[in-house]
Structure formats: C-alpha cells, structure tokens
Design a binder for this molecule. Structure first.
Ligand SMILES: C[S@@+](CC[C@H](N)C(=O)[O-])C[C@H]1O[C@@H](n2cnc3c(N)ncnc32)[C@H](O)[C@@H]1O
Length: 365
C-alpha cells in the first residue's frame, strides 16, 4: 500500500514533541501535511499531502539538524497486514508498486521502535534481514555489495503486523541502527552523566569542530560539575577545567592536577583567568535562565564555545526549547562572529536536550 510520510524515530514518551517539531519545520518550509503519533510508541509520522514532495524533503532536512528525531525516514510504502508466511514477498510486492525513488539502494536496515514492545521484534528483525537482503539483490533493488555512500532502504516494523518502507540519504541520516549510538560507560568516570557529554562531543561536533573546541592544554569551565562526569571528558582530552559546584568533586579528577574546584554559584561565577575555550553546563535549572546565562558568557567573550543541557518541562517541551533558543540565537546573531548551533535530544539524554555552540569568525563561514 502506498504511503507518503516522514517517519521519525524518537525516545518513547517524546512522540508528541517529535510530531510538533515535524509539523512546524516541514510546514514552515512549505511541505504541508499532518502529524500522527501515539504515546510511548517510539516514533511519529508526518504525512505529506503532496507525495511528489517526498524526495525534496529528504534532501532538505538532515536528522542532525533536528531536535527530537533520532532518524528521519522518507516512507513511500506501508504494509498493514504483514503475513508470517511470506514477509519477503510482501516487501517485494510493496516495492514493485512504487516508482523507484532511486535506481538502487546501497544497504538495507530492518528496524523496530526503541520500546519494550520493540525489543520483542529485535531478534526477528535481525534474522529477517538475511533472506530479505538476498531477495532485494536478486530483484535489483540492492547493490551486490554494501555501499554506504548510496541511499539506504529502511524496513521499519512498528509491530509484527505493520511495517513501513522508506529510505534515507547517507549525508542526511544517522548511520546508527535505530538512530541510536550506544556508548560504553568508562568505569573510571565519577558519574554516568559523562555519557551525555561524550555523546554530544562525538555525535554533534564534526572532527574539525572537535579539534577546535577540545584543544589539549585549552581551558574550560564546567558549571554544575559534581561529581565530575563532564569534567572527566574534558580532562581526558588534556583540558584545564574550573569545576563549579557546591557538591563534592571526585578525588581522581583533582589528582590529575588539571582541575580547580570552586564551591560557588554557577550563575554568578566568572572565569578566573580571562576567556576560556569552552563553557559546559549541566545545572538543573529553568531553560530560559540557562539560555540567558550561556548567552552572557558568549556575548561577553568569557567563553569561545559552549555545550550545555536544557532540562525539559513536562509539557510544551518542543515549544520551550524553541523559545529558549530563539532568544539566545537572536543575541548571537547581533555579534560579529558566526555560531554553529545544534540542539539534539541525544540517546543518553533523558528529560533534557543538548546544545552545542561553536564560534567561527564570519570570514571562516
Ligand atoms: C546533573 S548534576 C551534574 C552532573 C555532572 N555533569 C556530572 O557529569 O557528574 C547537576 C549539578 O548541578 C549543581 N548545581 C545546581 N545548581 C547550581 C548552581 N546554581 N551553581 C552551581 N552548581 C549548581 C548541582 O549541585 C549538581 O551537582
């Protein structure tokens, strides 16, 4: 059955926020449609009124530039009555019905929602991939060898009965299965929060941005640092850190000689030795208060770059993030420098989003 929609994978519980984001972003760009989402399903749809716009939406929106989606799949077919006996045949039939959006796909991924129900599909999806891949190659849908430079075919099982068929472009998609990048907890880190910053460093900054922001020997300030998971990431990369928090910081960090701990209020603390390369902040505070504080540090040149979390309220989460970021962005826009700003709800974030702001001089842009 033909179906034309954008399918966004997301953290369970965030379907409504994801749907609001899709509606707002695609609608503003003239891709009109309507959202469909079900609480705790782990995904949301945005159905396009004009099917001809599907390819254009894929080239226009990258998942890395969105907030809540972990993956954005352009869906061109759906099967609503998957039959146990001939699933491969049904997928091939569904593909036959559509015009090939790209002559050939370079890879196929069989996926499922990141939910408890989704976990029951994991084993089946893994096993199903093998015969499906063979059949797709035989039918000319897939390159003979995996080619990750070409569009990828996604077969997403929402349940054992319903599956969506769509594609992503490598430049605009997450390379990770289910759009999830799982990181290994470093056992010598003082807290699990360390994974949030590592996720941001690895998945939100390009290699070039990483070497610029995380200079060995560079200086950083960590607001709300204790017990030290974020400071740990910076110290690991050879940075000097002013760790600000009334709590206790791990001795293992203090003994590196790279950390100064100040028991102070993060809202009034100012850098001890002039401008720092990087400001990070993980204080649990009102979104607009944190955004204002980050803006002050960047506008006043106390920090060159910033990475911080915005804690999400229970309701109007997408709107709250947009409001906080709109006022911050307008302050940055007034400066002579240019700023690369990203906001993502990362896999290791729970009820928060991560913001990275990398400064470049306008000549570099
Ligand atoms: C989520 S924890 C930070 C965890 C830390 N990033 C880590 O990886 O270990 C939040 C911290 O912010 C601190 N905090 C909250 N409000 C603060 C303020 N106004 N000034 C300084 N620290 C604050 C709390 O004491 C708490 O330790």
């Amino acid at each position: 059955m033909s179906d034309t929609s954008i399918l966004a994978y997301c953290r369970p519980g965030y379907e409504n926020d994801t749907a609001n984001e899709l509606t707002s972003r695609y609608g503003e760009a003239g891709f009109y449609g309507y959202p469909v989402s079900k609480k705790n399903s782990g995904f949301a749809h945005y159905h396009l009124y004009d099917a001809a716009q599907l390819e254009q939406t894929v080239t226009q929106f990258a998942v890395h530039d969105s907030i809540f989606p972990r993956q954005l799949v352009a869906v061109f077919a759906a099967i609503n009555d998957v039959e146990k006996e001939d699933r491969v045949g049904q997928v091939l039939d569904a593909l036959k019905e559509v015009e090939k959006p790209f002559s050939i796909f370079g890879a196929v991924d069989v996926e499922y929602p990141d939910t408890e129900e989704g976990k029951t599909l994991a084993k089946f999806c893994r096993k199903f991939t093998v015969p499906l891949r063979q059949a797709l190659r035989k039918a000319g849908w897939l390159t003979a060898k995996e080619n990750l430079g070409k569009p990828k075919l996604h077969i997403f099982f929402a349940s054992f009965e319903i599956c969506y068929i769509g594609f992503t472009l490598p430049s605009h998609a997450s390379r990770d299965h289910l759009g999830i990048c799982r990181l290994k907890f470093p056992s010598d880190s003082p807290s699990r929060s360390t994974l949030k910053l590592e996720d941001a460093l690895v998945n939100m900054l390009s290699n070039k941005q990483q070497s610029k922001v995380l200079r060995s020997g560079g200086r950083a300030v960590d607001l709300g640092a204790c017990p030290g998971g974020w400071t740990y990431q910076l110290v690991k990369r050879g940075m000097y850190v002013e760790a600000i928090d009334n709590g206790l910081i791990a001795d293992s960090l203090m003994s590196t000689g790279l950390v100064e701990h100040h028991a102070a209020d993060g809202f009034t603390y100012r850098p001890q030795f002039g401008r720092v390369d990087l400001l990070v902040c993980d204080m649990i505070e009102q979104p607009d208060r944190v955004a204002k504080l980050m803006g002050d540090w960047l506008v006043k040149h106390w920090a060159t770059h910033a990475i911080f979390n915005i804690k999400l309220p229970m309701k109007r989460r997408y709107e709250t993030v947009v409001e906080a970021m709109t006022s911050l962005n307008s302050r940055l826009d007034a400066l002579d420098d240019a700023f690369a700003v990203k906001v993502r709800h990362l896999y290791h974030d729970r009820d928060e989003v991560t913001v990275t702001i990398v400064r470049t001089s306008k000549d570099e842009v």
